[in-house]
Design a protein around this ligand. Sequence first.
Ligand code: NDP
Length: 454
Amino acid sequence: MAYDFDLFVIGAGSGGVRAARIAAAHGAKVGIAEEYRIGGTCVIRGCVPKKLMVYASRFADTFEDAKSFGWEVEERPAFHWPCLREALREEVERLSWLYAQNLERHGVEIFSTRAEFAGPHEIFLVAEERTVTAEKILIATGAAPWVPHNVPGAAHAITSNEAFELEKLPASIAIIGGGYIAVEFASIFNGLGVDVHLLYRGAPILRGFDMELREKLSAALGGRGVTIHEHAEVDRIEKRGEALLVHTRKGEALTVEQVMYATGREPYTFDLHLEKAGVEVAPNGAVKVDAFNRTNVPHIFAVGDVTDTPAQLTPVAIREGHAFADREFGDRDVPPLNYEGVPTAVFTTPEMATCGLTEEEARARHGEVEVYRTEFRPMMHTISGRQEKMFMKLLVHPESRKLLGAHLIGEAAGEMIQLLAALIEAGATKEQLDATIAVHPTAAEELVTMRTPS
Ligand code: NDP
């Protein structure tokens, strides 16, 4: 049977765009549908505008520290949110346009419409009110913020989706959650001068990361003025005039101007009519896939956050989309992705980054491990007077001498972890690190000069 497309991709985010482009480059006839804007969460309302906001939030430190270096900062610098918001809009617009251009240049046909399954090979394009057929289909619809349904007043809160488009920067905010999004936005808003309260149901923040890192980051954010409420479960949110009252189960009531939920994300399979194609989903709605991103229906695949992937990260979705296209249309034998110890950064100030096993995981798996740690005041702060310290920890297998994990807090942690990740991936040993000549004076030189395990 002849199909309209060799591949039809539902969702033009990081994973979908990469898969479409690579499949087209392999000669496939590809269509892609996007109901919102080309680029997906990462480009439109995730990584990209978030990181730009992180930059904005860090200028407060720069103005402050500059004085110690002899700069006269004449007036108290003022921050204008609408100015940043417009700059973010423009950049997001530019990137979205570039993504579309890139797809078109590769001959991918773009449909600006919602798409839903109408059958195993049939896709209904809602805005166009017609059905197209495809030999293979890729589901790449991502995920959307999830807000607990059982908290009265939760509808008063925003999510990260709205955080980039706020009409006005609030004077105070309560952020609910203790994961990536909660802590990153807590740090951003704090840097922009907002009074931030972070309410986390557990302690310390960032469950799943190395415990020492979690404790140190929590202390550092506290030191910068973020009020972290641990073991704080929200009972209800009440609107009183312009203010919002966040009531916790412990009986506390916090009055703030804005509340933001950052309690995780859910796979965006809403009304996709997967049942019409017979695609199986997990209880949380995630599309079930095997190690090759294939669903239970052999010609239907899924990549990225819509699946039950262990790492909801843009580079993971991109890698999955690329591998899928290479396997299915490039006749390449790409092995399954290794999800263990994927490098990642939390873009707080100070920044935190991690790769490989946590100390807890390393001990559970290997028994004894060598731990090298260092904590020091970065050179710049010897003059600025800032007390915040940089922290680095390397985990080493005592017999094989291989690096098992790396955990950092401080400036450029995200940049450094990328290179440490390459070393871990290559199976580098501690001795190879030790044999490397340091670059002086840098913070990263500590990574090759730690000699004594603690
Ligand atoms: P996370 O899964 O990271 O964190 C969710 C947080 O919400 C956890 O602290 C969790 O607590 C808490 N939570 C969950 N349910 C409830 C509830 N019912 N009531 C109160 N608290 C609750 O999700 P995020 O939304 O922060 O981020 C989603 C994903 O996006 C991340 O997993 C990450 O993969 C990705 N991301 C990556 C970034 C990066 O690479 N820098 C940046 C932003 C997002 P508990 O710990 O107790 O479960």
